[in-house]
Write a protein that binds this ligand. Structure first.
Ligand code: ACO
Length: 432
């Protein structure tokens, strides 16, 4: 992958030996020390738990400037995409690199529409799982299982059909997992509806009663999905790349990404935000007391939906979602509206609190997304699966980029061993 070439070098001194390492500069002037020769030149490795200072790849997909609150997909500001584009248009942009023209978009949309159905055997697949199964492992298993349904195609090199299948079938899988959890029959997709509208139809219509899709809600959902579509080398995307680097197929790699996203410190945070707001409401709505607990040393309480590894001033997605919440306030039910009031209050207190100011903790994308999902009628335990639905094009784009990059090697971090040094094995009776 090309970079801006530079004659600048970094000089690193390791135990008295100075080595010269090349610098790499990205198109937005981000600088990296190319450390590929560090170990062979010095015997030392870079220790960086959580990879906060480690660039694992070069990428043309998404640019984030956490200090300035900038997020761009393929160069386009998130604000412009969220207000002007549809989700499939953004998916096409992320996956193919350029915004599609009319003909390209029509072809992409048509392909997605015609791959929305799941193999009928999936009914038995869902039936085999407990009714109260969390939708994330269900979705991870269902996506992984796609590679058992399309084994022949996997042997071929043409990955496009797999890409289309993943974008097309993910809404059906998420909706099936919901229907299974409430004991209703799965609802087949309707290919005459748009992406978000079809998803709402599969979620909320039943064989005995159609569901009239509200266009305001469908548009709000498209915006949510766009805002979640990519976020460069986060935990789940790095997982997808890492798994894919072993030449695991696309479905297996994405299934791993879904599992990574499930964690409460990543995609699971939106569920935790609503649980936190609900708890605060049940305890009398005292937002001040909760914030006081979250900043208390020795108390593990965190203000969920606050803080981000990258954004240190604001998360532009949270700003857009807060705006959506305010716009849709009139259509909200009483519960969502009450939780929104508590969220506004928590944000207000935290943004003036020294603890949060010093640590540069601001609302992240999850702080307001949960309230919007509630407004759409999405149950809390499905929130993370909604995140996965939105993130699908980003995962795919990164997997494709990783495969097409000739410099890709199997991901294999090193470690510094701090366990016992060599010691003899003693038979069990001889151990004290
Ligand atoms: N509430 C209270 N304190 C916090 C919070 C929070 N939400 N987030 C961080 N802190 C504090 C930590 O206790 C730590 O304090 P210390 O320096 O006194 O020890 C300091 O801020 C730095 O926190 P780290 O956990 O080291 O920051 P890191 O960059 O590793 O973690 C993370 C970022 C995981 C997002 C963290 O802020 C967090 O747990 N937030 C809540 C969960 C959340 O909202 N996750 C969603 C992230 S967005 C996404 O994945 C889509």
């Amino acid at each position: 992958m090309e970079t801006t070439s530079t004659s600048l070098k970094a000089h690193v001194e390791v135990m008295g030996r100075i080595v010269e390492l090349p610098l790499v500069v990205g198109t937005e002037q981000e600088v990296a020390i190319d450390g590929q020769q560090l170990r062979s030149e010095t015997g030392a490795i870079l220790l960086d738990p959580g990879f906060g200072n480690t660039g694992a790849c070069m990428s043309k997909i998404t640019f984030i400037d956490g200090e300035r609150g900038i997020l761009r997909y393929r160069g386009y500001p998130i604000e412009e995409l969220a207000t002007g584009a549809g989700f499939l248009e953004v998916a096409s942009l992320l996956i193919h690199g350029e915004l599609p023209n009319e003909a390209e978009f029509a072809a992409f949309e048509d392909e997605v529409r015609h791959h929305t159905m799941l193999h009928e055997n999936y009914r038995r697949f869902f039936d085999a799982l407990p009714m109260d199964a969390h939708p994330m492992p269900t979705c991870a298993a269902a996506i992984g299982a796609l590679s058992t349904f399309y084994q022949g195609d996997l042997a071929r090199d043409d990955v496009r059909t797999h890409v289309i299948r993943l974008i097309a079938k993910m809404p059906t899988i998420v909706a099936y997992s919901y229907k299974h959890s409430i004991g209703q029959p799965p609802v087949y997709p309707r290919n005459d509806l748009g992406y978000a509208a079809n998803f709402l139809h599969m979620m909320f219509s039943t064989p005995c009663e159609p569901y009239r899709v509200d266009s305001v809600k469908a548009r709000a959902l498209e915006r949510l999905l766009i805002l979640h579509a990519d976020h460069e080398q986060n935990c789940s995307t790095s997982t997808v790349r890492l798994v894919g680097s072993s030449n695991a197929n696309l479905y297996a790699s994405i299934a791993a990404g879904i599992s990574a996203l499930w964690g409460p410190l990543h995609g699971g945070a939106n569920q935790e935000v609503i649980e936190m707001l609900t708890r605060i409401e049940a305890e009398g709505g005292d937002a001040d007391a909760y914030v006081a607990r979250a900043r208390q040393r020795g108390d593990s309480t965190r203000l969920m939906g606050f803080g981000h590894r990258v954004y240190k001033n604001f998360d532009p997605r949270a700003v857009l979602l807060k705006h959506s919440c305010s716009e849709l306030r009139d259509t909200m039910d009483v519960r969502s509206s009450r939780l929104l009031d508590i969220a506004f209050r928590l944000e207000e207190i935290a943004l003036e609190d020294d603890y949060f100011i010093r640590r540069r903790l601001y609302p992240n994308v999850d702080f307001y997304s949960g309230i919007l999902y509630l407004m759409l009628g999405i149950p809390v335990n499905l929130f993370t699966a909604m995140f996965a639905l939105g993130r699908m094009p980003g995962w795919i784009a990164h997997w494709l980029e990783m495969k097409q990059d000739p410099s890709t090697r199997i991901g294999r971090p090193r470690q510094i061993y701090v366990g016992p040094t060599k010691r003899p094995y003693l038979p069990r009776p001889e151990r004290s």
